[in-house]
Design a binder for this molecule. Structure first.
Ligand code: PRP
Length: 191
């Protein structure tokens, strides 16, 4: 499949700088896929991604995994299109698969305040999985308002405390279709 370059995307000009190119992301996702395939071989694995930002990462990660697995989606939102967390996570969709006895791996795009992952972990834990772990592409280095109750098992990249978009991440529902991940110019979001 051929996608246009990010330079051809008119949203690209709103980036202050690129943190990770499409190629760097692809290399890291492939490594994560290899590791997950080794760790979960022979186990009933279910990947669960969090709408909406996580689905681009999920779609690439699952094709990097070489063992059988299912996937499902939960819906959670706290930023409501803005640049800072409202602190209130709204669950908009529960998983549909029966997770009892399954090895569940949450596939998330970014850990920022940790509110979203804390709420989603609780939602999934009460469904009785055999194990529950997190694979997060971006781990934002910042003082967390609330400690993450479940440590991250797999991390793609550590990133600085800046507002990032692309590869599923949005501002005002835009920028999700950039193939790279970059820092948004502060004047775009009034920062
Ligand atoms: C974003 C992102 C994560 C969450 C991380 O989702 O996709 O799910 O915020 O932030 P936190 O650690 O501070 O909770 P958002 O609520 O913007 O919804 P979206 O994925 O639909 O854009």
């Amino acid at each position: 499949m051929h996608f246009p370059s990010d330079q051809e995307n008119e949203l690209f000009q709103d980036l202050e700088r690129v943190l990770f190119t499409r190629e760097e992301i692809a290399r890291r996702v492939a490594e994560l896929g290899r590791q997950i395939s080794e760790d979960y071989r022979g186990k009933p694995l279910v990947l669960i991604s969090i709408l909406k930002g996580g689905i681009i990462f999920l779609s690439d990660l699952m094709r990097s995994i070489t063992i059988p697995h299912a996937f499902d989606l939960v819906g959670a939102s706290s930023y409501r299109g803005g640049a800072s967390s409202s602190g209130k996570v709204i669950i908009t969709k529960d998983a549909e698969l029966d997770l009892r006895g399954k090895h569940v791996l949450i596939v998330e795009d970014i850990l920022d305040t940790g509110h979203t992952l804390n709420v989603v972990c609780e939602l999934l834990r009460i469904q009785g999985p055999a194990s529950l772990e997190i694979c997060c592409l971006l781990n934002k280095k910042r003082v967390r308002e609330r400690e993450l109750r479940q440590p991250l098992r797999y991390v793609g990249f550590e990133i600085p405390d800046e507002f990032v978009v692309g590869y599923g991440l949005d501002y005002g529902e835009r920028y999700r279709n950039l193939s790279c991940i970059g820092v948004l110019k502060p004047e775009v979001y009034g920062g």
